[in-house]
Design a protein around this ligand. Structure first.
Ligand SMILES: NC(=O)c1ccc[n+]([C@@H]2O[C@H](COP(=O)([O-])OP(=O)(O)OC[C@H]3O[C@@H](n4cnc5c(N)ncnc54)[C@H](OP(=O)(O)O)[C@@H]3O)[C@@H](O)[C@H]2O)c1
Length: 241
């Protein structure tokens, strides 16, 4: 990997970066992958659905430049294996977007089945921690790197019927601020509230009114620019697209 951070100082992300996105098979992760590849960046995407990753890769103009791998963020060993494969094929990513996430079906907390609560926490909180565990040491070796942890408006406020999800995203905010105090100079860890976007996740909690919100492609135009412009000076920030 020869990419450098020269050019990251607010110049619109001119240099080519390698960006790892978890949860790239649909929704925000997929739209961001398409937008970054269109701008000439190298995308490493993962999720649990290989056929969707393969079809995304085939949509990109130079599919061979990108890497899509099956991985489950809930599993520490799966992410350990992901880190090994990424290092072998692409080296340390310049930017990691911890985007993979899930939400509970709308329900009051006493109606949420135990396994569903666990899945939300295992994916949204432990999933991010698994990524941090295996990728921060690699970024430390390289003395640089940007990590974007996908938060939510519901990581900064409360809402009925999605308490497990809110709890998980508040945890992402706390995890981010704390880890920001642990990483050495040159590395930034930030929390990003993407706003409200029409994806399967939004349809799960908003029903038909999800269609009133922006499309992932429109969101990705703004989000890509914002993410590419992050620098080490942003460490610990809570940002909103
Ligand atoms: N949409 C919004 O308005 C909104 C608002 C605030 C925050 N967010 C956050 O933005 C992120 C993306 O949300 P979205 O709306 O795009 O959701 P989405 O359409 O439901 O997509 C979620 C993605 O996460 C992946 N994923 C889920 N569990 C995973 C696991 N265990 N391992 C690996 N990948 C996994 C899914 O892929 P597979 O199923 O193929 O594994 C899929 O690619 C989430 O963190 C969400 O909390 C979204």
């Amino acid at each position: 990997m020869t990419t450098s951070f020269n050019g990251m100082n607010g110049v619109g992300g001119a240099s080519s970066r390698t960006v790892l996105i978890t949860g790239a098979s649909k929704g925000l992760g997929r739209a961001l992958a398409l937008e970054l590849a269109k701008r000439g960046h190298t995308v490493i995407g993962c999720s649990r659905t290989q056929d969707k990753l393969s079809s995304l890769q085939s949509e990109l103009s130079s599919p061979e430049n990108h890497l899509f791998l099956n991985a489950d963020v809930k599993s520490n060993s799966s992410i350990e294996e992901l880190a090994r494969a990424v290092m072998e094929k692409k080296g340390v990513p310049d930017i990691i977007v911890n985007n993979a996430g899930t939400i509970n079906r709308n329900n009051k907390i006493w109606e949420v089945p135990e396994e569903e609560f666990d899945t939300v926490i295992d994916t949204n909180v432990k999933g991010v921690a698994n990524m941090l565990r295996h990728f921060i040491p690699l970024m430390i070796t390289r003395k640089q790197g940007i990590i974007v942890n996908m938060s939510s408006g519901w990581g900064r406020s409360g809402a009925a019927l999605v308490a497990p999800y809110c709890a998980s995203k508040w945890a992402v905010e706390g995890l981010t601020r704390s880890v920001a105090k642990e990483v050495p100079d040159g590395i930034a860890v930030v929390a990003l509230n993407p706003g409200v976007i029409n994806t399967d996740m939004l349809a799960s909690c908003f029903g038909n009114s999800a269609a009133l919100y922006q499309a992932p492609e429109a969101w990705a135009l703004k989000a890509a620019t914002m993410i590419l412009n992050l620098t080490a000076a942003d460490n610990g920030a809570s940002l909103t697209v």
